[in-house]
Ligand binder design. Structure first.
Ligand SMILES: *[C@@H]1O[C@H](CO)[C@@H](O)[C@H](O)[C@H]1NC(C)=O
Ligand SMILES: *[C@@H]1O[C@H](CO)[C@@H](O)[C@H](O)[C@H]1NC(C)=O
Ligand SMILES: *[C@@H]1O[C@H](CO)[C@@H](O)[C@H](O)[C@H]1NC(C)=O
Ligand SMILES: *[C@@H]1O[C@H](CO)[C@@H](O)[C@H](O)[C@H]1NC(C)=O
Ligand SMILES: *[C@@H]1O[C@H](CO)[C@@H](O)[C@H](O)[C@H]1NC(C)=O
Ligand SMILES: *[C@@H]1O[C@H](CO)[C@@H](O)[C@H](O)[C@H]1NC(C)=O
Ligand SMILES: *[C@@H]1O[C@H](CO)[C@@H](O)[C@H](O)[C@H]1NC(C)=O
Ligand SMILES: *[C@@H]1O[C@H](CO)[C@@H](O)[C@H](O)[C@H]1NC(C)=O
Ligand SMILES: *[C@@H]1O[C@H](CO)[C@@H](O)[C@H](O)[C@H]1NC(C)=O
Ligand SMILES: *[C@@H]1O[C@H](CO)[C@@H](O)[C@H](O)[C@H]1NC(C)=O
Ligand SMILES: *[C@@H]1O[C@H](CO)[C@@H](O)[C@H](O)[C@H]1NC(C)=O
Ligand SMILES: *[C@@H]1O[C@H](CO)[C@@H](O)[C@H](O)[C@H]1NC(C)=O
Length: 462
């Protein structure tokens, strides 16, 4: 699911706090993989669940989010996605949530929720397809409500959830954080998977979604009340020796993606150090790119001292593939999203890359997706960060899909997200998400939101 948080463009207008920590700007630093410590807390991902219903409607749904205006973010691959789930407890009660490095809120569905359709009309609760566990604030001994505010998050997929906010004890893999601010949405348009009951967002506080209003109507920047997200709170509560969380996402097989509704053992999230999978010596640490605070709803990368951190955006030196020398492939607006499946790249890059498939890929103009033969041969593809090249396995570039008739088709792992032209407002809004799972299957990504850095470490091929 492309859990790119959509709502927050308005907070840039005002009322936002500075990013969590002073950022330092420097070039990338190559380091030995051994320099990252072993993690104090490690959790397996419990599975990757295709959201079947959504998958079926994927191509139709994507059309709805075609590039029509500058306040509509791309669907971000969200309609047909798989999710990496982790087990957590909130107020002592177990939940399964989607891990999302592309948003910042931690929410679990309210036990008394209304399920809505995309127009806000009430539909049967089963339509939201949450897992069995839901959160009843009155049953949690540690829950404290946050009165007179509203939790309201919108995702790039068009999904939105709103309801009360509060504070409770949250435990993720033994890492226990008290008084964590959470959302308990009770009015929800959500396309669930039948298993997960919430989302654990790991990006910066600027993307959090609590508003100083009592009904979910006016989420203007002036009403935004940013809060400290789970991981940064864990650091603030001195729960970790090092301010790292580290993600190793394993690739499911093609057959698993097509046929299995649950795939166990798909990697790890680790807190306090690096995720425990076999690694190469190649590793590089790069600063997170912040965004200008005063450009309205445009996400313009900026190094100004008042710039704020939103996503784990980094500078990409180049995307390399046959023919890549003929196009500009540098990018300073590419971020890591564990909640997204595809890489969404600038048009010239996507066009040049997708011309190299054998047989050639076919662009769907409405969606930016390239359809390929499931047996097509992928061009070699790598992402260069701070001088280090990370190759993407060919298996990650062939993404199975269901069309509206339920037939399996395949799309290219590199989709087209519009031109990367400065001053093109439409494009500037369309953040370029790299590392959807296509990229993240090939590296261990270690995030340090305190120092605003990301370390990429090559994985031993598997
Ligand atoms: C902003 O900082 C990054 C990271 O140090 C650097 O690569 C980039 O050139 C800087 N951009 C500008 C416009 O100064
Ligand atoms: C894009 O945003 C600008 C400035 O907010 C606005 O004037 C323009 O109408 C928008 N374009 C579309 C297609 O929504
Ligand atoms: C996660 O929770 C589910 C449901 O309680 C349980 O079946 C599963 O074994 C748990 N997974 C892990 C890795 O703890
Ligand atoms: C559930 O929510 C509805 C309104 O959405 C409300 O009328 C009802 O009283 C609530 N039930 C409980 C048990 O809180
Ligand atoms: C939402 O409203 C639009 C316009 O009235 C309609 O075309 C669409 O079918 C509605 N969607 C749903 C899910 O009811
Ligand atoms: C919440 O709003 C109500 C009604 O405006 C007010 O009486 C109450 O004092 C407010 N509570 C807090 C904690 O601000
Ligand atoms: C909400 O806004 C009111 C003024 O409209 C202010 O008095 C109050 O402190 C704000 N609450 C929070 C939590 O920021
Ligand atoms: C939304 O709230 C902001 C800040 O309180 C206010 O300036 C603006 O007029 C409100 N907009 C609407 C449509 O109510
Ligand atoms: C999915 O399962 C069906 C029925 O068992 C089988 O025919 C098909 O080959 C499987 N698909 C893949 C991609 O393995
Ligand atoms: C980001 O890249 C654009 C060109 O695509 C450039 O104009 C801008 O200065 C860069 N911003 C930063 C902060 O490096
Ligand atoms: C941020 O800093 C720039 C100069 O670096 C200034 O032009 C701009 O007004 C500042 N924005 C805010 C919201 O303070
Ligand atoms: C892929 O090739 C195999 C035989 O090599 C064939 O059975 C299968 O139908 C092909 N799949 C697609 C989607 O073309």
């Amino acid at each position: 699911m492309g859990f790119l948080a959509l709502l927050s463009f308005l907070f840039l207008l005002g009322g936002t706090t500075r990013a969590e920590f002073q950022h330092t700007q420097q070039g990338g630093v190559a380091l030995s993989a051994a320099q990252l410590p072993t993690a104090s807390f490690t959790l397996p991902f419990t599975g990757k669940i295709p959201r079947r219903e959504v998958k079926k409607n994927a191509l139709a749904a994507l059309n709805k989010y075609k590039r029509t205006g500058n306040d509509t973010l791309r669907l971000d691959g969200a309609s047909f996605e798989n999710e990496y789930l982790v087990n957590i407890t909130v107020g002592g009660k177990p939940f399964r949530v989607i891990l999302d490095s592309g948003s910042s809120d931690l929410w679990v569905a309210h036990s008394n929720f209304s399920c809505l359709d995309s127009n806000g009309t009430v539909v049967p609760p089963a339509t939201c397809d949450f897992g069995l566990a839901q959160f009843d604030p009155s049953q949690s001994p540690t829950f404290q409500p946050f009165p007179n505010v509203t939790f309201l998050v919108r995702y790039g997929s068009g999904e939105f959830l709103s309801g009360p906010a509060g504070f409770d004890t949250v435990v993720v893999g033994g890492l226990s954080v008290k008084q964590q601010e959470i959302g308990v949405p009770d009015s929800n348009y959500f396309l669930g998977d039948g298993t997960s009951e919430g989302v654990l967002g790991l990006a910066f506080s600027g993307l959090t979604s609590v508003w100083n209003i009592t009904s979910a109507k006016n989420t203007s920047g002036a009403n935004h009340i940013p809060y400290t997200p789970f991981f940064i709170n864990a650091v603030a509560q001195n729960k970790l020796e090092k301010p790292y969380f580290s993600v190793a996402l394993n690739r499911p097989t093609f057959t698993q993606q097509v046929n299995d509704s649950f795939v166990p053992n798909l990697g790890f999230i680790a807190f306090g150090g690096i995720a425990p999978v076999p690694r190469l010596e190649d590793a590089v640490t790069v600063p997170v790119q912040p965004y200008t605070p005063n450009a309205g709803h445009l996400f313009v990368p900026s190094n100004a001292s008042n710039a704020t951190f939103e996503w784990y955006t980094i500078h990409i030196d180049a995307f390399t593939f046959p023919g890549s020398n003929d196009v500009a492939t540098k990018s300073n607006n590419t971020f890591f999203d564990t909640g997204s499946t595809l890489n969404w790249l600038p048009s010239p890059v996507a066009t040049a890359f997708n011309a190299q498939w054998e047989p050639p890929a076919v662009l769907d103009e409405n969606t930016g997706l390239y359809t390929i033969d499931c047996n097509a041969t992928a061009p070699p593809f790598a992402v260069v960060v701070a001088g280090t090249s990370f190759s993407i396995d060919a298996r990650d570039l062939v993404i199975p899909q269901e069309d509206s008739n339920g037939n399996v088709i395949c799309v290219s792992g590199n989709g087209d997200n519009g031109p990367d032209v400065p001053g093109n407002t439409f494009t500037l809004l369309m953040l370029i998400a790299c590392g959807g799972d296509v990229f993240l299957h090939n590296v261990v990504a270690t995030f340090n939101p305190v120092d605003a850095e990301v370390t990429l470490t090559g994985r031993v091929p598997y």
